[in-house]
Design a protein around this ligand. Structure first.
Ligand code: NAD
Length: 281
């Protein structure tokens, strides 16, 4: 399948780590030239160096509109065009077991980066894309937007905003042949760990992460951890000419966890029944 993105110019925000880094790597493998944008200059530069002439890095805060304008200008100035804008940078903010205990200290920043950042990137990229009547904007939402639920409520609200914005913008830009889609990753072990507990010794944090991973997988039809590459494959499809009739969609890449009952009541009942029968035997 090599060459799916041959000749395309892409920006990947949050491209220094995790899902963004896996996407930058896959995009280059498939023939694109990529401008990697991130606040993490060390890892972003290292990745661009490793990917060679097809990749460059620009230190960018997606929550700062003028930074994002500079980013898009640089892609067009350096590579001559912009075909794919992957607005992927994000972070979950602090985990609080109850919203009642959430001091909302990171409220502004979570909304600014996760929601405003996507809106800036989409608008600035679209202003270029509408002129040439083609382009693909891809926004990272989350299953936290699809399934309302527990903890990180500011993040959920921001990602739900991304989901609605993505669909609305697709309707707005359809007549210009600019496509706008989203990806809702499930639980993908990366540097963004909402279960990080301040002050916890590394081995205890690792135990907590393992427990959380197992709990997530219990809820998934596909019983393995997701990987950044799983999400990158969807970004590649949405950025490529394989998806020219797809717009306004937010596609979950989550091992099926949002396919059915989000708290997996049936699964829990089946597990309880299995345990009961084992004990009875
Ligand atoms: N990992 C998951 O389980 C998961 C699930 C659902 C959604 N997501 C979303 O996927 C996206 C990528 O997350 P990830 O899991 O790869 O996490 P990650 O922490 O590995 O990567 C996120 C990257 O975004 C960068 N970043 C953060 N704020 C930024 C800013 N203001 N400007 C520029 N760069 C910034 C970070 O430096 C980092 O390199 C995020 O939007 C996240 O909310 C992740």
């Amino acid at each position: 399948m090599a060459g799916e993105l041959a000749g395309k110019i892409a920006i990947v925000t949050g491209g220094a780590n995790g899902i963004g880094a896996a996407t930058a790597e896959l995009f280059v493998e498939e023939g694109a030239r990529v401008l990697i944008a991130d606040l993490d200059a060390e890892r972003g530069k290292a990745l661009a160096d490793r990917l060679g002439a097809a990749a460059q890095f620009r230190c960018t805060d997606v929550g700062d509109r003028s930074d994002v304008q500079g980013l898009v200008d640089e892609a067009i100035g350096t590579f001559g065009d912009l075909d794919i804008m992957f607005n992927n940078a994000g972070f979950s903010g602090h985990f609080h077991n109850r919203y009642l205990n959430d001091p909302l200290e990171d409220f502004d920043r979570v909304l600014q980066v996760n929601l405003a950042g996507v809106m800036y990137g989409s608008q600035i990229a679209a202003r270029h894309m509408v002129k040439k009547r083609s382009g693909s904007i891809i926004n990272t939402s989350s299953i936290a937007a699809i399934s309302p639920g527990y903890a990180v409520l500011t993040y959920r609200a921001a990602k739900a905003g991304v989901l609605n914005f993505t669909k609305s913008l697709a309707i707005d830009l359809g007549e210009y042949m600019v496509r706008v889609n989203g990806i809702a990753p499930g639980h993908i072990p990366t540097g963004m760990n909402p279960f990080f507990e301040k002050g916890l010794a590394p081995e205890r944090q690792a135990r907590l992460d393992k427990l959380m991973g197992e709990t997530m997988q219990f809820n998934q039809p596909i019983k393995r951890a997701g990987s950044p590459r799983d999400v990158a494959q969807m970004a590649m499809f949405l950025g490529s000419d394989r998806s020219t009739y797809v717009t306004g969609q937010v596609i979950a890449v989550d091992g099926g966890v949002t396919a059915g009952d989000p708290i997996n009541l049936n699964g829990m009942c089946a597990e309880a029944r299995r345990r009961f029968l084992e004990e009875e035997a």
